[in-house]
Write a protein that binds this ligand. Sequence first.
Ligand code: THU
Length: 161
Amino acid sequence: MIEKNINISYQEFDSLNELSKQDVEIVQLAEKNLANSYSPYSLFKVSSLILFETGETVLGTNQENAAYPSGLCAERVAIFSAKSTYPNKIIDTIVIVTEHSNPTPFSPCGGCRQVLMEYEMAQKKPIRAILKSGDSKVWIFESISAFLPFAFKADHILKKV
Ligand code: THU
């Protein structure tokens, strides 16, 4: 038997002011977009922004439904819209924000991690994630794989010929 370990690295910033000018801009855009969340059931607004390498941005918010499972998280709304509009562009960064306070920024749900991972693997380039809750703390992960180290991947199901 061999004991194995994985090490997850991320950066924690005490305040948005410690980020680059472009990162501050995209986080603020995502925060402004919280107003567009449709979340009458949970009252938990989430907003997400996709930044492509080419500079285009696409926004999304969580969209809920009286039939609860029919709703969708902000991250998936944003990334599905982004990839539907610009299918061949490379994603640089995803921003995920809420207005709710928590000592640590909240990170994407399992379903969203799997979806984000799909596009990271397809583009063969890491997608950076910037997370911020209502508090000032900001977390930056250099890759989605940090959230989902044992992801189920396409090469697990694709036939090798
Ligand atoms: N939600 C997101 O938008 N993203 C996540 O990663 C977790 C949860 C939404 C879904 C639902 O509208 C609300 O937050 C409460 O779960």
